[in-house]
Design a protein around this ligand. Structure first.
Ligand SMILES: CC(=O)N[C@H]1[C@@H](OP(=O)(O)OP(=O)(O)OC[C@H]2O[C@@H](n3ccc(=O)[nH]c3=O)[C@H](O)[C@@H]2O)O[C@H](CO)[C@@H](O)[C@@H]1O[C@H](C)C(=O)N[C@@H](C)C(=O)N[C@H](CCC(=O)O)C(=O)O
Ligand SMILES: Nc1ncnc2c1ncn2[C@@H]1O[C@H](COP(=O)(O)OP(=O)(O)OP(=O)(O)O)[C@@H](O)[C@H]1O
Length: 492
């Protein structure tokens, strides 16, 4: 494709070279440089890849996009364009490269601090029950009827995203359903995409720190950007931040929640528990009257299910599909039961911060277990606030805690555990707990010491398939490890 076609709709200055330059692909990592390619120089959080421009030229790159001036002397024969923001330009030019695939798909974006993954899976389940072909992008990877693969980011870089949309279309999908993170919005990964439907789950402090967001207000305002890029905004009316987040929105709003005035309003929910099953049932009033059953537990499942129900309604799907989708949705690592014993319930959940831990433990407590036991750790090289917060919540809310590793990355486990202990001390200095640094030993301990009627929540890793120690990721599939251990000890 000629550079002139790639730049359609993009504001730029031609610094040198020609727009007739033929481009075969776009890259944003200089290590992949070669002839025929267009490299985007990006000012990142760690590196400024304008520093690699000369290296790319030496490897025969055909064109470069820059956002600030650089030394042109080593760039003879390379076409150079200057834009105001490389990441923004990369999003638009990637869309052009792949033929603007999002314009041919029903686009649904879900944002919020918690519930994005679960809600997207519920929406997918509803849409598929209605016969729609859905491509899904989020923390659990990219999937569609033709393939599944992992992603580095919840919301991938714009180039990857546009490529995925093209793959979805080629695989016969009619809908792209995706988690839209605040970083995805802030870093222009989703620039140029217009959504038919945007969904807001909830908001609480998270992702605030170096390289992420400067403040809660900034975080909130980025999430709110989705509602300036969609036709219909489906929003949680119960969240105290909804009004501020929607400031300047341009979409039509549909509200859901427990509050009076919600377009789709949930009444009191009933907890459902059988062996290997935790769920909820609740009535819906407002724009419609329905009785809904969801095969995921607790208060937050009511909100997530309501959001999925609203999407189904907005797309005009039949009620049968909404019922069937919500009753059969399973999300890997999100309140995922591992049925290894008739005596107790053990489940995996991705809760890895204070808010989701509190929300999960509140939910599980409502099922009145004999004891509520939690197995958890916290990631290394990530916000320390999570350690204090999770420690505090578990000390206050669990009957017993088993402290262990999460992804240590480059930090010492003893240091992470010490921070968690400090948090536990703040929450309840008398809270009973043990420390078992090796997570596999911790899982075995939890099973060995389980009492009849216990609910054991193994949290933090959810769907992850590895543990990261010193940057080395080794396989760690909690579901399989628990099943293997149960078989090994002949658990009934
Ligand atoms: C802080 C952050 O968001 N960083 C993201 C960002 O990287 P960056 O800007 O820091 O990149 P950098 O290391 O400074 O490098 C700048 C540029 O130099 C290039 N480079 C670098 C080295 C080299 O030799 N040659 C070269 O060309 C890099 O390819 C890059 O284009 O752009 C990268 C490419 O898109 C992302 O993968 C990366 O996500 C990192 C891994 C990350 O952890 N991000 C988190 C904070 C995040 O985005 N999370 C959200 C959601 C979480 C949730 O709520 O679920 C997400 O959407 O994943
Ligand atoms: N609506 C909700 N409100 C609060 N907590 C929730 C909600 N939905 C799910 N959770 C809890 O938060 C955890 C994370 O949920 P989920 O993965 O769906 O959210 P997410 O927004 O994708 O999170 P993350 O950004 O951390 O990947 C769940 O395992 C559950 O414990």
């Amino acid at each position: 494709m000629k550079l002139s076609q790639l730049t359609e709709g993009v504001e730029f200055t031609l610094v040198q070279g020609s727009l007739d330059t033929e481009i075969t692909d776009i890259i944003y990592d200089s290590r992949k440089a070669g002839p025929g390619l267009l490299f985007f120089c990006i000012v990142g959080t760690q590196r400024d890849s304008h520093d690699f421009a000369a290296d790319c030229a030496a490897k025969g790159i055909s064109a470069l996009v820059i956002q600030h001036d650089i030394d042109l002397a080593p760039l003879a024969g390379v076409t150079v364009l200057k834009v105001e923001n490389s990441r923004y330009a990369m999003a638009l030019m990637s869309a052009n490269l792949f033929g603007n695939p999002s314009r041919s798909l029903t686009m649904i974006g879900v944002t919020g601090t918690k519930g994005k993954t679960t809600t997207t899976h519920m929406i997918k389940s509803v849409l598929e029950a209605a016969g729609r072909k859905v491509g899904l992008i989020g923390t659990n990877g990219v999937s569609c009827p033709a393939f599944h693969r992992d992603t580095a980011n919840t919301t991938p870089e714009s180039y990857e995203l546009q490529k995925i949309f093209r793959e979805f279309l080629d695989a016969g999908c009619d809908t792209a359903l995706m988690e839209v993170s605040s970083q995805g919005l802030m870093m222009d990964r989703v620039a140029g995409i217009h959504y038919n439907i945007g969904v807001f789950t909830n908001l609480s402090p998270d992702h605030i720190g170096p390289g992420e967001h400067a403040s809660f207000e900034e975080y909130r305002s980025w999430k709110g950007q989705l509602f300036k890029r969609c036709d219909v905004g489906i929003v949680n009316i119960d969240d105290p931040n909804t009004e501020a987040l929607l400031e300047g929105h341009t979409c039509r709003l549909v509200t859901y929640g427990h509050s009076e005035g919600a377009d789709y309003r949930a009444g009191d929910y009933e907890l459902l528990r059988t062996q290997d099953f935790l769920g909820v049932k609740f009535p819906v009033t407002g724009k419609d009257k329905m009785e809904v059953q969801v095969n995921m537990p607790g208060a937050f499942s009511v909100h997530n299910a309501l959001a999925a129900l609203c999407v189904g309604k907005e797309l005009g799907l039949p009620d049968e599909a909404i019922h069937a989708g919500l009753a059969s949705c399973v999300v890997k690592g999100r309140v995922e039961l591992v049925p290894i014993s008739k005596k107790f319930t053990i489940l995996l959940d991705y809760a890895h911060n204070e808010v989701s831990t509190e929300s999960l433990l509140t939910t599980l407590r409502a099922y009145k277990p004999n004891r509520l036991v939690v197995v958890f750790g916290c990631g290394g090289n990530r916000s320390k606030l999570r350690r204090y917060g999770m420690g505090e919540i578990c000390a206050k809310m669990a009957d017993f805690s088993i402290l262990t590793e999460d992804n240590n990355r480059f930090e010492k486990i003893e240091d992470i555990l010490a921070d968690i202990r400090e948090g536990m001390n703040r929450g309840n200095p008398d809270a009973p707990f043990v420390e078992i640094p090796d997570r596999l030993d911790a899982l075995h301990y939890a099973v060995d010491h389980a009492q009849p009627g216990d609910i054991i929540a193994v949290i933090g890793k959810g769907h992850e398939t590895y543990r990261d120690r010193m940057g080395e990721k080794t396989p760690f599939l909690e579901r399989e490890l628990l099943e293997e251990y149960a078989a090994q000890i002949g658990l009934e």
